[in-house]
Design a protein around this ligand. Structure first.
Ligand code: G6P
Ligand code: MG
Length: 217
């Protein structure tokens, strides 16, 4: 029986991918690297450091370690200026209903995100109090598709992985959930999230009954 509901943040609870894109785009322009919205897809679920490596690879560029750190910092400062203006209107469709319903049936709610900015974002959109545990980019040493982030999350609320479901929009996140031995639910497109146990376009497509009756076989 499922009693623990683990949520990814970016692309599942809020659409911060657009802010990551704006900040990375400005940096790529400065580095004279062509960076499109399609390229931005490659960065979903990927850590900040790995994201900059991918962008540099796209432009076939190498930079010094000092510049690498400087650019990471600059990108994050710009990203934080967008986060600063976020509010509850940016919560993705159906998410609030799902969180309220899971609370009602006394399920445990956990965050499992690669972002080091997860807590300020949840605070800005007013969702911090829903979470029984938060595992973010500050707590993990191995990135998705490694299951570490979700396994730590389960441990924090004393749940067995077989009793956990993970909601994810990134392929690497679905793979992480699967290798953690958890039920995986993709939020996005079926063609992309092929490895998920179930896929929905957004939380409005997930009924309360479905959430209550989830089983991991
Ligand atoms: C999430 C996003 C990625 C982002 C990563 C790190 O996984 O999907 O696009 O790069 O978090 O975010 P941060 O806020 O720490 O830069
Ligand atoms: Mg995501």
């Amino acid at each position: 029986m499922i009693n623990t509901y683990i949520f990814d943040l970016d692309g599942v609870i809020v659409d911060t991918a657009k802010y990551h894109y704006l900040a990375w785009k400005n940096l790529a322009d400065e580095l004279e690297i062509d960076f499109t919205k399609e390229h931005n897809e490659l960065l979903k679920g990927v850590s900040r450091i790995r994201s900059l490596e991918i962008i540099l690879d796209l432009g076939n560029k190498t930079i010094s370690d000092a510049d690498f750190d400087r650019f990471l910092h600059k990108k994050n400062e710009e990203y934080l200026s967008y986060i600063e203006k976020m509010n509850a209107s940016e919560i993705l469709p159906g998410v609030l209903n799902a969180l309220d319903f899971i609370k009602k049936i006394e399920g445990k709610i956990v965050l499992g995100s690669a972002s080091k900015n997860a807590k300020p974002i949840l605070e800005k959109v007013g969702l911090l109090d829903y979470f029984d545990a938060i595992v973010d980019g500050n707590d993990v040493s191995k990135a998705k598709p490694d299951p570490e982030v979700f396994l730590i999350g389960a441990e924090k609320v004393k749940s067995n992985p077989v009793n956990c479901v993970v909601f994810e929009d990134a392929v690497a996140g679905i793979q992480a959930a699967n290798s953690a031995g958890m039920l995986s639910i993709g939020i996005g497109e079926k063609e992309i999230l092929k490895e998920a146990d179930f896929v929905f376009s957004d939380f409005n497509q997930i009924s309360n009954e479905f959430l209550e009756k989830l089983e991991n076989n």
